[in-house]
Design a protein around this ligand. Structure first.
Ligand code: C2O
Ligand code: CU
Ligand code: CU
Length: 489
C-alpha cells in the first residue's frame, strides 16, 4: 500500500472513531476585526511592535496561553504605502529568543528578519524597512530556527498591507472593517480542558501540525459579519502551520483579484481555490446578488481523496458568513481590469537551479520529538538537495539583477515552497500550468508530483551574514531542516 493512501485511510478511521465531532460547528461568533495601524497618511514615530506572552479566549470560554504582538493573540494589521520606510522597533518579551520576518517584502537581507536576526528576550530590533513594491498583502511571523512552528502557532504573526497610489485610487472597496476585511485563517487543536494545544510527535513532524478546528482572526469558526450592499473585499491569509485550505463561496464561484505579490491582471472566477500555508489571496464578494453568502473552507485541502470523501472527511466548514444590511459601503461595479501583468518569459532566465525537497534523511522523528521537547531544533531530519538546513552554510549564491528559473520537486507529499526577498511568477506547478488565480505575482508555489518552476529575479542584497531563506512553509518541515540559505550580491 502506498504510504500516502495508508495515511489517508488512517485519518479517515480516526474521523469515524471521533464521530466527526471536530467538524461540527456551533452558532457563529462575531468576526473579530483585527485592530488596524494605518500609516498610509504618514509616519511620525517609530513603529513599536512588542512580542508578549498573553492569554486569549478563542471563543470557547476558556483562556488559552498565547503569544501576541501588541495584542493578546496575533499582531495588528499594518497598512502602509509604497515609497515609505518603516522604522520598526520590535521588542521581545516572550522569555526566549525570537525573530520577526517580513514575508513577501522585497527588502535586503539585513532587514528581512530571518533566522540570523535573532532578538533576544529583553532586547529590541530596530530595522528600517523600505517599501519599494506595489500594492500587495504581506505578513510577518516568527522565523526563529527550530521554533518557528511553535512560536507562530502560539500567535507571533500579523498582516502587513502595502498600498500604492493606484490601489488607493482604484475602484475597489477599501474601507477597513466595513467593506474591506482582513481574514487570518488558522487551524487549532484544543485539549480536553479547552485550551489551545500544540504537541509534536513523529507523525506531526511528518505531516506538519494540523489542528481540527478552524479559527478566523483568533475566533473559532464560523464567524459572522454584517456588510453593506455592494462589493465586499476579503484579504485572506492562510496562517496555518501545515494545512492546505480549499476555499469556496456558498452561492457560486469565488472571484479572485490578487495573489501573494499583488493584483491579477483581471478578476478570475474559480469554483474553489487551494491555499497553502503562507499564501494570500484577495477576493471580492458581490452582496447585491444575495442577501447572505459564506466563505467555506475545506480543511482537507491537501487532497483527502476517495477514502476521506467516503468517511465524510471532505466536508467544508463555514469560515465566515456575510449578511447584507442597508449600511453604505462600496457601490461600484466589479472591475474588468486590475493591473498590467505581462506573461512571464522564461527566455529571460540566465541561470537554472534545481531543488529537491527531501522528507526523511535518516533521523528518527519519534526520538527527535522527545529529545527536543517540542522543537525540532537543528536536528536535520529533513533536507533540500540532501542537505538539512545549517545556519553556517550558504547553499546558493545569486547575482543581483539576474533572472533565474528555480525548479522544485519532492520525493513525497505536497509542500508549499517559499523564497525570501522577492515575488516570482509560476511557470509550472506540479508539472502543469498554474491555476489562473495563481498566474500573477507569488512568493509561494505548491510542489507535489512533477516539477514546479518559477521565474524569479532578486534585486536586493543579502550577504552571508544575513542571507535569504528558501524553504517549505510547512513550519515543522522548515524547523526540521527543509530550508536552505542563499546570498544575493
Ligand atoms: Cu513566511 Cu521564511 O517565511
Ligand atoms: Cu518569507
Ligand atoms: Cu514540506
Amino acid at each position: 500500500m502506498d504510504r500516502r493512501v495508508f495515511l489517508q485511510s488512517a485519518g479517515a478511521s480516526l474521523l469515524l472513531a471521533g464521530g466527526n465531532l471536530a467538524w461540527a460547528q456551533s452558532a457563529p461568533r462575531p468576526l473579530p476585526i483585527i485592530p488596524l495601524t494605518d500609516l498610509t497618511g504618514g509616519i511620525e514615530d517609530r513603529i513599536s511592535l512588542a512580542l508578549n506572552p498573553a492569554t486569549h479566549d478563542f471563543g470557547n470560554g476558556v483562556v488559552s496561553e498565547t503569544l501576541g504582538i501588541n495584542h493578546n493573540y496575533l499582531g495588528p494589521v499594518i497598512r502602509v504605502k509604497q515609497g515609505q520606510t518603516l522604522p520598526f522597533d520590535v521588542a521581545n518579551n516572550i522569555g526566549e529568543t525570537s525573530t520577526i520576518h517580513w514575508h513577501g517584502l522585497h527588502i535586503p537581507g539585513d532587514v528581512d528578519g530571518g533566522p540570523h536576526q535573532e532578538i533576544e528576550h529583553g532586547s529590541v530590533w530596530s530595522p528600517d524597512v523600505p517599501i519599494v513594491q506595489h500594492a500587495s498583502m504581506n505578513w510577518f511571523h516568527s522565523h526563529m530556527h527550530g521554533k518557528t512552528a511553535q512560536q507562530t502557532y502560539k500567535g507571533l504573526a500579523g498582516v502587513l498591507l502595502v498600498e500604492d497610489d493606484a490601489s488607493l485610487a482604484a475602484d475597489l472597496p477599501n474601507t477597513y472593517g466595513v467593506d474591506d476585511f482582513t481574514l487570518v485563517l488558522q487551524d487549532k487543536t484544543f485539549d480536553d480542558s479547552g485550551k489551545m494545544a500544540y504537541e509534536l510527535s513523529a507523525a506531526v513532524f511528518e505531516d506538519g501540525f494540523e489542528g481540527d478546528t478552524l479559527t478566523v482572526n483568533g475566533a473559532i469558526a464560523p464567524v459572522a459579519q454584517p456588510v453593506p450592499t455592494g462589493l465586499v473585499r476579503l484579504r485572506i491569509l492562510n496562517a496555518c502551520n501545515a494545512r492546505f485550505l480549499r476555499l469556496s463561496m456558498e452561492t457560486g464561484p469565488i472571484t479572485v483579484i490578487a495573489s501573494d505579490g499583488g493584483f491579477l491582471s483581471s478578476p478570475v472566477e474559480a469554483n474553489n481555490i487551494l491555499m497553502s500555508p503562507g499564501e494570500r489571496y484577495e477576493v471580492l464578494v458581490d452582496m447585491t446578488a444575495f442577501e447572505t453568502n459564506a466563505l467555506k473552507v475545506n480543511l482537507n485541502g491537501n487532497g483527502g481523496g476517495f477514502l476521506s470523501d467516503l468517511f465524510g472527511g471532505n466536508r467544508s466548514v463555514t469560515a465566515l458568513s456575510l449578511a447584507r444590511t442597508d449600511m453604505r459601503g462600496f457601490d461600484g461595479a466589479l472591475p474588468t481590469q486590475l493591473a498590467n501583468l505581462v506573461p512571464p518569459n522564461s527566455a529571460d532566465a540566465t541561470v537554472t537551479r534545481d531543488f529537491q525537497l527531501n522528507m526523511n534523511v535518516g533521523a528518527d522523528l519519534a526520538a527527535l520529538a522527545l529529545a527536543w521537547e517540542n522543537v525540532c531544533g537543528d536536528a536535520g531530519a529533513m533536507a533540500i538537495n540532501g542537505q538539512p538546513m545549517k545556519m553556517d552554510r550558504i547553499d546558493e549564491k545569486v547575482r543581483k539583477g539576474d533572472t533565474e528559473i528555480w525548479r522544485i520537486s519532492v520525493d513525497d507529499q505536497l509542500h508549499p515552497f517559499h523564497i525570501h526577498g522577492c515575488s516570482f511568477r509560476i511557470l509550472s506547478q506540479n508539472g502543469g500550468p498554474p491555476p489562473s488565480y495563481a498566474a500573477g505575482w507569488k512568493d509561494m508555489v505548491h510542489v507535489d508530483d512533477g516539477w514546479s518552476e518559477v521565474l524569479v529575479r532578486f534585486d536586493y542584497e543579502a550577504t552571508d551574514h544575513t542571507p535569504y531563506m528558501y524553504h517549505c512553509h510547512i513550519l515543522e518541515h522548515e524547523d526540521c531542516g527543509m530550508m536552505g540559505q542563499f546570498t544575493v550580491t
